[in-house]
Design a protein around this ligand. Structure first.
Ligand SMILES: Cc1ncc(COP(=O)(O)O)c(C=O)c1O
Length: 416
């Protein structure tokens, strides 16, 4: 009986692969890994522990793991031009938890964007777990960015231990440079959550928070940064011991196959990152412009819509969930999101679109016109979902290979 169930599970995975190969994935927090990354993800490394620090492990059998991790650290420090890297977090949420645990004490406060204003739930949840108070940073709704003047007032009043910039819904660079001096006035820490934009930072487009004055950067390694699912922390040397000890306390088992996959992705970014990131931003702008021309409402038309991988559509009056379901029926995958003027996080009048995965499949500006045309046709009722689905499936036949890596291979193939 269980053998049959096993076959059933494998069949679902095979069908998932086949289904997703026919879908346009516009989820802004996902991507696809290269064949070399996939190879190490299924290697023996995934069965092992490497408890302890580099070259001073408590567990034995780690000689090659030490070599892999030494290279990972070197590659990450080289790519991000940073004093210290910690690749132990197994997700972006865990990276934030490690940072909160390392750099705050219960009773402190932290300032960051609320979920309604584009912040991530981990800002709130890490604060809760650590016993620190989270003060929401003010958002300028029109600019879809942090309001610098109001933020300065708030920071002077509250003196948060950490001022955390960065967000889940992020169209434009955040004011790192602008807020550096106000945090310095009382000796706070300016940090930046780059979960979404890590690949754009690595590619040298968007912004460079470390050069602009952030002392700690947390992130996910699988969104615009197209590595295995995981987290990372980049920091100035003075925080390295606190971060490393916190990571060791909070994670214990850091999934070494993921670290090897991260090392390979770092090589890919050093070789192809700039080309990829530039195309991501061009594609996002092209998608937004085409959606606007076709009658939809991407945010911030006066600001050129976006400088990141994201486009945020205002669907209006809580319509984001229904819009995402319609698009899903047409094989276009995207997620609803609340807009700052929604009454509560559940209302979701917005739809967030990300172009990083389709860029990795080799798409460019011309392809964004096709995508915008299908989205507009479905949402404005000019095309049935069946008609759109069949056009999307046919279109996707041209985009099955992974680009910006050393050895092109199928993006959605399932081995075996
Ligand atoms: C700004 C931000 N921080 C942290 C996270 C959490 O990352 P992960 O999903 O890797 O835990 C996310 C996830 O989307 C995010 O958007």
């Amino acid at each position: 009986m269980y053998g049959k169930m096993l076959d059933e599970i494998l069949e679902y995975v095979r069908r998932h692969h086949e289904y997703r190969s026919r879908c346009l994935n516009l989820i802004a927090s996902e991507n696809v890994t290269s064949p070399q990354v996939r190879r190490v993800l299924s290697s023996d490394l995934g069965h092992r522990y490497a408890i302890g620090f580099l070259y001073t492990r408590i567990y034995r059998g780690c000689r090659f793991i030490d070599s892999i991790e030494e290279l990972t650290g070197y590659l990450a420090r080289t790519l991000f031009k940073v004093d210290h890297v910690n690749y132990i977090p197994i997700s972006g949420t865990v990276a934030n938890l490690i940072m909160f645990n390392a750099l705050t004490s219960p009773g402190d406060s932290v300032a960051a964007l609320s979920v309604l204003d584009g912040g991530h739930s981990s800002f709130r949840e890490c604060s809760r777990v650590r016993g620190v108070a989270m003060t929401p940073l003010p958002l300028d709704q029109k600019e879809y960015n942090i309001d610098v003047g109001e933020a300065e007032k708030l920071i002077r009043r509250v003196r948060p231990k950490i001022v955390l910039l960065g967000a889940s819904d992020i169209l434009f660079p955040h004011p790192v440079k602008e807020l550096r001096s106000v945090v310095d006035e009382y000796g706070g820490i300016l940090a930046y959550d780059a979960a979404h934009v890590l690949g754009l930072i690595a590619g040298g487009v968007f912004q460079d928070p470390l050069r602009e004055g952030a002392e700690v950067v947390t992130g996910s390694t699988h969104k615009t940064f197209f590595g295995p699912q995981g987290g990372i922390i980049l920091c100035r040397r003075r925080y390295s011991t606190a971060i490393d000890h916190s990571a060791w306390q909070m994670v214990n088992n850091h999934h070494i196959h993921r670290v090897a996959g991260l090392a390979i992705t770092l090589c890919e970014f050093l070789a192809f990152g700039n080309e990829y990131a530039r195309q991501v931003v061009k594609n996002a702008k092209a998608l937004a412009e085409n959606l606007y021309d076709k009658g939809l409402k991407p945010l911030c038309p006066d600001k050129g819509f976006t400088e990141s991988h994201q486009v945020i559509l205002d669907i209006g009056d809580g319509g984001g969930v229904e819009a995402s379901l319609k698009l899903e029926a047409a094989n276009i995958i995207a997620n609803p999101m609340p807009l700052p003027w929604d009454q509560g996080e559940e209302k979701c009048s917005g739809l967030r679109l990300g172009v990083q995965e389709v860029t990795r499949l080799g798409m460019s500006e011309g392809d964004m016109e096709f995508i915008a045309e299908r989205i507009a046709a479905v949402l404005l009722g000019k095309e049935s979902v069946e008609e759109a689905r069949s056009k999307v499936s046919e279109f996707m036949e041209n985009y099955q290979m992974i680009h910006y890596c050393f050895d092109n291979a199928e993006a959605y193939g399932f081995p075996g």
